[in-house]
Design a protein around this ligand. Structure first.
Ligand code: FAD
Length: 364
């Protein structure tokens, strides 16, 4: 007898969504749109929604330490922001970029590092918090990771710390490689899908993102855009990350690190900021160093080195597994814009539509 069978079923529902990142919350929203009365439970391992969208308060305002931008050609995210009346503002582009080939920093014009893009006022995490408000109270169960999935009569069962939930459909709204390495599927997954999932890199899972805030966006006064590309110091690519109207003033950088190299410390960051942007960068008000490799509900150390990006949007993800009951919804599974927030929304759209059709064909 499996662990799952030993545990009593504590709840029955139409759909269990595993993960309350943007893909999971959007899947749940779409399942409940209009007259639809699909019962959904969203299991979330963390104590918050958003997953790779995280926007803590830095120097008095929420800024993104996960995803930063959306782009004008991404119709779903642009439409969602408009629908929910969530404010956005343009990425600061004006000024020269800085380049450091290891022998010191030089200005370069034009700024080749930034393209027109949008940022969410109060950060991307606030968007998912707003989306979650459309769900019935108690839909999302926080601090409740899914630990196993098994076939059962009429669907699947999902094991959590609070017991067993039976559902007709289950949605994997977390990186596929994380799902197959941390959730026990009891060997039931088809070999092909299990193998593709195990190889699918977690988008940006190996990233260390650093946000440095200042009293003033001093670089703008000096004709700099706040963007830089550097082969010296821990950060490789940097961009202006100030809030709306430059408040608070901020620059973020992506570090270029080997998968197991330690994250840089504050001293190394400030030293590089001064090399790139001059003495005005010497006294940041805040330095936030976020190592996504150390987030166990995003990635595990064994998965950081995955590189087979051809698995993104793979055809095995486009149809459900386990007799039509297990659906793949994270950004990595999307055909359009995989990796982006837009991809997560596209995947959610596909899965919600598949589940709606299945439930309509086979009402209880
Ligand atoms: C540093 C960084 C910068 C980025 N920049 C951009 C950008 O500028 N623009 C852009 O479009 N995209 C960007 N991205 C990518 C973007 O963040 C993702 O595409 C998007 O957030 C993925 O959403 P998701 O719902 O598919 O997955 P996730 O956000 O990873 O959500 C998965 C959820 O599942 C939960 N979970 C994990 N395990 C379990 C379990 N066992 N049971 C239940 N829940 C579980 C997690 O806690 C999480 O909430 C960036 C990402 C990072 C990390």
């Amino acid at each position: 007898m499996t662990d799952a069978e030993q545990t009593d079923i504590v709840e029955q529902t139409d759909v269990v969504v595993m993960g309350a990142g943007v893909s999971g919350v959007q899947t749940a929203r779409l399942l409940n749109l209009g007259d639809s009365s699909v019962n959904v439970v969203v299991l979330e391992a963390r104590d918050r929604v958003g997953g790779r969208l995280r926007s803590p308060v830095l120097s008095g305002r929420r800024l993104d330490v996960g995803a930063t931008w959306f782009w004008p050609n991404e119709r779903r995210i642009n439409a969602l922001l408009a629908e929910l009346n969530v404010g956005s503002y343009p990425q600061h582009l004006h000024g020269h970029m800085v380049f450091d080939d290891g022998s010191g920093s030089v200005r370069r014009a034009p700024n080749q590092l930034d393209v027109p893009s949008g940022r969410v006022v109060d950060g991307f995490e606030a968007l998912v918090e707003r989306m979650a408000k459309d769900l019935a109270p108690d839909t999302i169960r926080f601090d409740t990771p899914a630990t196993s999935v098994r076939s059962a009569d009429g669907g699947l069962t999902v094991t959590t710390s609070t017991g067993l939930i039976a559902a007709r459909h289950v949605v994997v709204a977390m990186p596929p490689a994380l799902a197959v390495s941390t959730i026990d599927f009891g060997g039931e997954l088809d070999e092909r899908v299990a193998s593709v999932a195990a190889q699918t890199p977690v988008w940006m899972g190996g990233t260390v993102k650093v946000v440095t805030t200042y009293e003033q966006p001093f670089w703008r006064d000096e004709g700099l855009a706040g963007s830089a590309f550097s082969y010296a110091g821990p950060m490789r690519e940097l961009h202006d990350m100030s809030g709306p109207d430059g408040e608070p003033a901020a620059i973020f950088g992506f570090c270029a690190l080997e998968p197991t190299a330690p994250a840089p410390d504050r001293e190394a960051i400030v030293e590089q900021m001064v090399t790139l942007f001059g003495p005005g960068a010497a006294e940041p008000t805040d330095v936030e160093i976020v190592d996504w490799r150390a987030e166990p509900f995003t990635v595990t150390p064994e998965l950081v080195g995955l590189t087979n990006y051809r698995t993104y949007g793979h055809d095995t993800y486009q149809q459900p597994s386990l007799n039509g009951s297990l659906h793949w919804a994270s950004t990595e599974t999307a055909i359009e814009m995989p990796g982006h927030v837009e991809g997560a929304l596209a995947a959610a759209e596909r899965v919600a539509s598949t589940i709606h059709s299945a439930l309509a064909k086979d009402p209880v």
